[in-house]
Design a binder for this molecule. Structure first.
Ligand code: ATP
Length: 234
């Protein structure tokens, strides 16, 4: 589904150059659920943003379902992203003037989904994250954890085949974090491929595949649970 070959990302700011990803290689197969861990500043968010086509890379090749992302223009990138990718942002990215219902509905409008289907999806996802009674509330009227759940509902409403999540449980207590993890596991069983960045080692261990980013590269250590054969490339 996703193949990255020798991806490099260099940020240039004033006098400072940061090599955030170095010859980054990764293959993600359809239906996988991968947890990404690693030290702060090691490049996890950069990798996720590039995978989600939210920022360009400096060199290398990124194939998504066989499409060479580096050859697409901005509009083509946006189309592909809309079709295939859901993204749960670290900072929620909710629109402050819209209520919860509207926040979840916005990306569905962009995709041209009809009103009745939009209503069905928004209500289903609000229910699923336990916020159905808050549909008319504005984001500022919610706690950080509740806003995080809205951001998750918004990503899931798009029914993406490929879900990228940056610290989706970062603002949640441990009970809510487990519930979010169960939600992601359910979405994964329903067919979505998931890549989740997390600092929570307990949650990471629940994912069938763990990868670690260190200094902009995949660490040699890559732990596979439940499928030891995969660890040796079999
Ligand atoms: N927009 C940017 N401009 C310049 N440098 C950046 C930018 N974004 C990230 N970096 C740098 O790239 C490196 C990797 O950052 P990144 O956010 O990908 O790390 P991370 O592993 O997600 O960190 P954390 O776990 O703290 O969120 C860091 O050195 C960071 O300072």
């Amino acid at each position: 589904m996703l193949t990255m070959n020798k991806i490099n990302k260099i940020y240039q700011t004033d006098m400072v150059q940061t090599h955030a990803l170095r010859d980054f290689d990764l293959q993600v197969n359809e239906g996988e659920f991968i947890a990404v861990t690693g030290p702060s500043g090691s490049g996890k968010t950069t990798f996720l943003n590039i995978a989600g086509m939210l920022e360009p890379f400096s060199s290398g090749q990124y194939l998504l379902d066989g499409v060479d992302v580096g050859r697409l223009n901005d509009n083509q990138c946006a189309d592909l992203r809309n079709q295939k990718i859901g993204y749960i942002f670290q900072g929620f990215n909710l629109i402050p003037d819209l209520n919860l219902y509207e926040n979840i509905e916005v990306p569905l409008r962009y995709r041209g989904i009809k009103a009745a289907e939009r209503k069905r999806r928004v209500e289903q996802r609000l229910e699923q994250v336990g916020l159905a009674s808050r549909a008319k509330h504005l984001p500022q009227q919610l706690s950080g954890g509740q806003q995080q759940r809205v951001a998750i509902a918004r990503a899931l409403a798009g029914e993406p085949r490929f879900l990228l999540a940056d610290e989706p449980t970062g603002n949640l207590d441990s009970l809510m974090a487990r519930q979010v993890m169960e939600l992601l596991e359910q979405i994964n069983r329903e067919g979505a491929t998931i890549v989740m960045v997390t600092h929570d080692s307990e949650l990471a261990r629940r994912a069938p595949r763990n990868i670690q980013v260190v200094d902009g590269q995949l660490a040699d250590f890559t732990l596979y649970q439940g499928n030891p054969a995969a660890a040796v490339g079999a």
